[in-house]
Write a protein of this length. Structure first.
Ligand SMILES: [Fe+2]
Ligand SMILES: [Fe+2]
Ligand SMILES: [Fe+2]
Ligand SMILES: [Fe+2]
Length: 434
């Protein structure tokens, strides 16, 4: 049975106010929560931040009094949604534990989106970013162990692998080279539009989380690593948002924002196994259907077009979470040496074909000049347990030296780079028992 949100009643905007006791709920238990309930909670926080932010930015450029009134009322609801969702995080969940949750979202969400993306170029871009967040998860896992003594599986629960990806020191690109070709608003599928907006929201929130929390640790190496990866997330926001057609009108964008909220809450509600969280997703889905009706009416008035021309006549599923190990391993083994080509074609290439004057070399030489903090993490943990911390199938773990050999650029390397030979040495040490 299909679900057409434009045909559903939902809750009207004026009936969406709740009490403080309802807005600020008891948090989940970090020991018993399902890892994918946590990823839904992390993602939906990002979706709400984007919804709130977009409405503020729109209000600042919109002189229409009636529209300003609508935006003022509805963004307050978005903000209340955000508080409810984000504050389900328990106070005892450390910054690094939450960080592992953020990167688990990135890896398993991007994998899901890539496999459900009808546009080949957009899918290729998702796969490209996937291997970078996969490497972030590996680097942060080292620190979660060194600082809090935890196994990555305390958070990931065995659903997501932890091994080296495309090395983070190679993620620092010329920001112009990150820009991608945008879809065509007239021909792109609603699934493509929702997929991209979902991922942009998630990556933006990841950036904001690192920017706001990386300083909460005293260790310089860890602080620098948050700074390094925060900057990659800025590149990710730049890359994914550039896929969006900039010629969409603001009314079309508002419609797509509310539709994305509807689709993500619908998907969360459909999948949720935690009763308390499921009730939140259900209630906010009904609110978002209310928002969608408001946006659809505005779209009809301003554009004299049918909203279904933009969002279609049924929800799409942009955020189903499940283990994606096979998919990620496949992309890892095949695309670890992939790079942005830096040309006007906005395509991709491989390390061996990079020109000497590749624009990203200049960036990498500058930012990695005193060593890459993400390499330092491996140096530090190897002095303590003799090797890096990994959680994956033995066959994949054994491929680490080869992945580094193929995935690391010979040019513009950080002076503290852990080499393939060093990985070979580390591979002789039994992985830590976690
Ligand atoms: Fe919302
Ligand atoms: Fe990341
Ligand atoms: Fe990312
Ligand atoms: Fe909304």
């Amino acid at each position: 049975m299909t679900f057409n949100p434009l045909k559903e009643k939902g809750v009207p905007l004026e009936k969406q106010l709740r009490s403080w006791h309802d807005i600020v709920k008891r948090p989940f238990d970090k020991h018993s929560v399902d890892c994918y309930s946590r990823t839904r909670q992390i993602l939906m926080n990002g979706i709400e931040v984007e919804a709130w932010n977009f409405k503020h930015n729109l209000a600042r450029i919109c002189p229409d009094r009636e529209v300003r009134n609508i935006l003022a009322m509805s963004r307050r609801i978005e903000d209340m949604h955000q508080t409810t969702v984000n504050w389900l995080t328990p106070a005892c969940q450390s910054v690094l534990e939450t960080t592992l949750g953020y990167e688990q979202v990135a890896v398993d969400l991007t994998s899901w989106l890539a496999q459900n993306e009808p546009d080949d170029y957009v899918r290729e871009t998702f796969n490209f970013g996937l291997l970078e967040d996969f490497d972030h998860l590996y680097r942060y896992s080292q620190w979660a162990y060194m600082i809090h003594g935890i196994s990555p599986d305390d958070i990931l629960q065995g659903m997501t692998d932890v091994v080296v990806g495309r090395p983070t020191q190679n993620h620092h690109n010329c920001n112009v080279a990150r820009l991608r070709k945008h879809y065509d608003k007239n021909t792109a599928a609603p699934q493509t539009k929702v997929n991209i907006l979902t991922l942009v929201s998630g990556e933006q929130q990841t950036h904001n989380y690192y920017a706001e929390h990386g300083m909460m640790y005293g260790n310089d190496d860890l602080r620098r690593m948050y700074g390094e990866i925060c900057d990659v997330e800025e590149e990710h926001v730049t890359m994914y948002e550039s896929l969006i057609d900039p010629t969409e009108s603001v009314w079309e964008k508002l419609l797509l924002h509310e539709f994305t909220e509807v689709c993500t809450y619908y998907n969360c509600y459909k999948d949720e196994i935690d009763e308390k969280l499921k009730a939140v997703w259900e209630e906010f889905l009904a609110h978002e259907i209310g928002h969608l009706h408001v946006a659809a009416e505005l779209f009809k008035t301003k554009e004299d077009r049918d909203p279904e021309e933009v969002i279609g006549s049924e929800v799409v599923l942009p955020c189903h979470f499940e283990a994606q190990k096979t998919y990620v391993t496949d992309i890892l083994l095949n695309e670890v040496d992939k790079r942005l080509d830096g040309s006007d074609d906005m395509g991709y290439t491989t390390i061996d074909k990079l020109p000497e004057d590749w624009a990203s070399y200049r960036i990498q030489r500058a930012v990695n000049a005193d060593g890459a903090p993400t390499e330092q993490a491996i140096r530090l943990i190897s002095t303590s347990i003799g090797r890096d911390l990994v959680v994956a199938d033995k066959k994949l773990i054994n491929k680490e030296p080869d992945l580094i050999k193929r995935g690391l650029q010979p040019e513009a390397q950080a002076p503290n780079t852990v080499t393939s030979d060093e990985y070979e040495m580390m591979s002789k040490v039994k992985p830590a028992e976690l």
